[in-house]
Design a binder for this molecule. Structure first.
Ligand code: BES
Ligand code: MN
Ligand code: ZN
Length: 498
């Protein structure tokens, strides 16, 4: 879909989209069309019980005399309450509607409304952003799709008084959208196609944007002493990898911010094998790594003025004659030993070594890891918020605020000494599970905390968020790209130029 910004004019073809605020207050363009058509808009709105509530949509054939196909009225509700997120959702709903009715081109009139909090440039940019986010599709494996199953909208024009400013506001958002799409692509890709080496290759493609990329294979990881990560991968035919991505957009000597991702390209559970029902979902057990790659893409794509390190641990967790067994003891890069009680609690083993390596090599200002770590976080929070665990209150607050701003919400969960005792082992420094089914997500987080030293650190358990079976206004069902917008905003608001 081509997106452009232009001055307001009634187009000669396609759909015209106009806003209507609460209590049927027409925008300037809506009023003009209404007046020129003998009050057709007002009458259609009344007949269709359309009052201008937020997200209401009324589709009507274009009044005689206009060369349009249709006029679409969009409810804005109370315009003083329409923030950037609400505009993005409106953009998503408009795009979905236009595809649904089979429209090819559309122009949206963005008129100033009395009482509105956002300026027209911000509205236009966020509307376009929301439309793009919603129209993402993962269609590469559909070979028999009929033409009328495909989305139709090919061009969307945002019309306003100052199109230049809207275009400027849109540019960084478009870079973030590219990051979100990259993550959705990676999360959707099946595990026969996306395994550690091929996922590393996808990360390497960020070279094109000026990101430095190092790929470490098993020999290098052995030399570094990453026994915890390597133990998880040892049952797989695929070589485990760690990828280090660096975007240096800030001052040469400024310490970086670090993003760390769990990249289990398929999680069978290993010898502690999972039940077969739903196991196909475990292709997206690399959602944390996917989000880190997408965030690097977003930051590099808009040339963020900040230094960021992205590190991902890539393994496939398989049962086989070479797989690690329950009861095995492995030595992590930190020197701490781990008794592997359950080979399905593998994400923490991978992250233990990557967090340690990241923290000792880069001394980051702050380190945030993302992982589809536990089923327990889905039990606690459902598919609405990710779990946040942190050793630093200020960092936790920053992340919660960033999440609210972009609509990727986080709920803080506890850490504490009592929980920490639950992961003590009788024969090693720790074990990889806690007290049975109790506080399972915190047990995972406590485990990770033993590998972060004094670094301000946060762990985001995104097991409920990486994939959506139903989608929302700006997210089609499937891989959501959760984390990209959140990380991008957190970096922008707290580190860029600081
Ligand atoms: N990848 C899973 C967690 C998961 C579950 C993600 C459902 C998305 C949806 C993780 O590796 C896992 O298996 N965790 C275990 C931990 C347990 C064995 C301590 C779990 O949650 O059951
Ligand atoms: Mn597992
Ligand atoms: Zn897993």
């Amino acid at each position: 879909m081509k997106i452009d910004f232009g001055k307001t004019a009634i187009p000669g073809a396609g759909a015209l989209v106009v806003g209507v605020a609460a209590e049927r207050r027409l925008s300037a363009t809506a009023k003009a069309v209404d007046r020129a058509s003998g009050r057709r808009l007002t009458r259609a709105a009344a007949a269709g019980r359309f009052s201008g509530k937020r997200d209401e949509i009324l589709d009507m054939p274009a009044p005689a005399g206009l060369a349009l196909s249709r006029v679409v009225l969009v409810g804005l509700g109370d315009v003083s309450k329409v923030d950037a997120l609400a505009v993005q959702r409106l953009g998503g709903a408009i795009a979905a509607h236009l595809d649904h009715v089979g429209e090819k081109t559309a122009a949206v009139a963005i008129d100033a409304m009395p009482g509105a909090t956002l300026g027209t440039a911000a509205i236009a940019a966020n509307l376009a952003y929301g439309a793009r986010l919603r129209r993402y599709r993962f269609a590469k494996y559909r070979t028999k799709e009929k033409n009328n199953d495909q989305p139709t909208l090919a061009a969307l024009t945002l019309m306003l008084d100052d199109p230049k400013r809207a275009e400027q506001a849109y540019r960084p958002l478009a870079a973030v959208a590219e990051g979100v799409f990259l993550t959705r692509d990676l999360v959707s890709e099946p595990a026969n196609v996306l395994y550690p080496a091929t996922l590393a290759e996808r990360a390497r493609a960020l070279l094109r944007l000026g990101v430095k990329v190092e790929v470490l294979g098993e020999r290098r990881l052995e030399a570094l002493g990453m026994g915890a990560l390597l133990g998880v991968g040892q049952g797989s035919e695929r070589e485990s990898q760690v990828v280090v991505m660096r975007w240096n957009g800030g001052p040469a000597r400024a310490k970086p911010v670090a993003l760390v991702g769990k990249g289990v390209t398929f999680d069978t559970g290993g010898i502690s094998i999972k039940p077969s029902a739903g196991m196909e979902d475990m292709k997206w057990d690399m959602g944390g790594a996917g989000a880190v790659i997408g965030a690097m893409r977003a930051l590099a794509g808009r040339k963020a003025r900040v230094n960021v390190v992205g590190m991902i641990g890539l393994v496939e967790n398989m049962p086989s004659g070479t797989a690690q067994r329950p009861g095995d003891v492995v030595t992590s890069m930190s020197g701490q030993t781990i008794e592997v009680i359950n080979t399905d609690a593998e994400g923490r083993l991978v992250l233990a070594d990557v967090l340690w390596y990241c923290q000792t090599r880069f001394k980051p200002r702050a380190m945030v890891d993302l992982a589809t770590l536990t089923g327990a976080i889905v039990v606690a929070l459902g598919h609405y918020q990710a779990g946040l665990f942190s050793n630093d209150d200020a960092l936790a607050d920053q992340l919660v605020a960033a999440g609210k701003a972009v609509g990727e919400r986080l709920w803080r969960m506890p850490l504490g000494e009592d929980y920490d005792k639950d992961i003590n082992s009788d024969i090693a420094d720790m074990k990889n599970v806690g007290a049975g089914r109790e506080a399972g997500s915190t047990a995972g987080a406590q485990f990770l905390q033993r590998f972060v030293g004094d670094t301000p650190w946060a762990h985001l358990d995104i097991a409920g968020m990486a994939w959506s079976k139903k989608g929302d206004a700006v997210t089609p069902k499937g891989g959501t790209g959760y984390g990209v917008r959140l990380l991008e905003r957190w970096v922008a608001d707290n580190f860029e130029g600081k």
